[in-house]
Design a binder for this molecule. Structure first.
Ligand SMILES: Nc1ncnc2c1ncn2[C@@H]1O[C@H](COP(=O)(O)OP(=O)(O)OP(=O)(O)O)[C@@H](O)[C@H]1O
Ligand SMILES: [Mg+2]
Length: 264
């Protein structure tokens, strides 16, 4: 493979074990079907991007992976363990699941009364990491996401991009096996978006397993191994970024892409 095709995605192995496997996932709210028999797999070291219109069920899907939301039907398997099956949570260690599955939200969700470094330490403290080790790791991670110089600032003293990078550091602090990103840049201005995508690009290059909801189609195209277009709670189309974003087979996908502009 040569030139631009040799992306971080192309450099990763072809076949790997699944870190997340979802089968026949259904979820209704108030009698309305929001997820309709979804199947999805994220292999170790792979990056799967979920795209689709507002209200299509993308966040609900993400929240079902770490059981912030309880599915009605189907199976959710994380790191080889079935955590939910047939409408029943069978995960015996929910805190452990939340450590395995890190999550970064659109609106950061940092604790407002804690400094950046304290936000990254807190999750580790709750997981029983010794204080000194937690602090050292927090500083290392804040350096990695390039906000170490703001370690002692509280969220309201940080820009949106800085807050989101602290949130990524926090998500990394418990050494998750997979990171979920739910529109991590959609509340950011273009400059902050570039900074956050830069950090995510580095995580991708480091081999982090990621499940990502994004409207940043050029970014999805660049880093993803697999792109899933969800509409009305169903997977309408999925495949390589080239298949889905450059030559979609379904008219619904084409309409969506036309509304969101070209992917590159
Ligand atoms: N807790 C809830 N109670 C009732 N309805 C909900 C709840 N959460 C989500 N919904 C509904 O489920 C549907 C899917 O919501 P979801 O947030 O998953 O969509 P989305 O694809 O993430 O949209 P967006 O791109 O706007 O974030 C929406 O119609 C939403 O209003
Ligand atoms: Mg959403």
């Amino acid at each position: 493979m040569t030139g631009p095709a040799l992306t971080a995605a192309a450099a990763r192995p072809a076949r790997t074990e699944a870190v997340v496997r979802i089968e026949g996932l259904c979820k209704s709210f108030d009698g309305r079907l929001v997820l309709d028999h979804l199947d999805l797999e994220v292999g170790r070291g792979r990056i799967v991007s979920v795209i689709g219109q507002s209200g299509g069920g993308k966040s609900t899907l993400m929240r079902c992976v770490n059981l912030l939301e309880s599915p009605d039907r189907g199976t959710v398997e994380v790191a080889g363990e079935v955590v939910h099956s047939g409408g029943r949570t069978v995960c015996r260690d929910l805190p452990g699941l939340r450590r395995t599955v890190g999550m970064v939200f659109q609106r950061f969700h940092l604790f407002p009364h804690l400094t950046a470094v304290e936000n990254v330490v807190l999750a580790q403290r709750r997981a029983g990491v010794p204080e000194q080790e937690a602090l050292e790791r927090a500083v290392t991670l804040l350096r990695r996401v390039r906000v170490a110089h703001r370690a002692l600032a509280r969220p309201d003293q940080l820009s949106g991009g800085e807050q989101q990078r602290v949130a990524i550091a926090r998500a990394l602090a418990l050494r998750p096996e997979v990171l979920l990103f739910d529109e991590p840049t959609s509340s950011l201005d273009p400059e902050a978006t570039r900074e956050v995508l830069g950090v995510m690009r580095e995580l991708a290059a480091d081999g982090m397993t990621m499940l990502l909801v994004t409207h940043e189609l050029p970014f999805a195209r660049e880093v993803s191994d697999h792109v899933v277009f969800v509409d009305g709670g169903r997977i309408v189309e999925e495949g390589t970024p080239r298949d889905v974003l450059d030559r979609p087979a379904q008219s619904r996908t084409r309409e969506f892409l036309a509304a969101y502009g070209p992917a590159s």
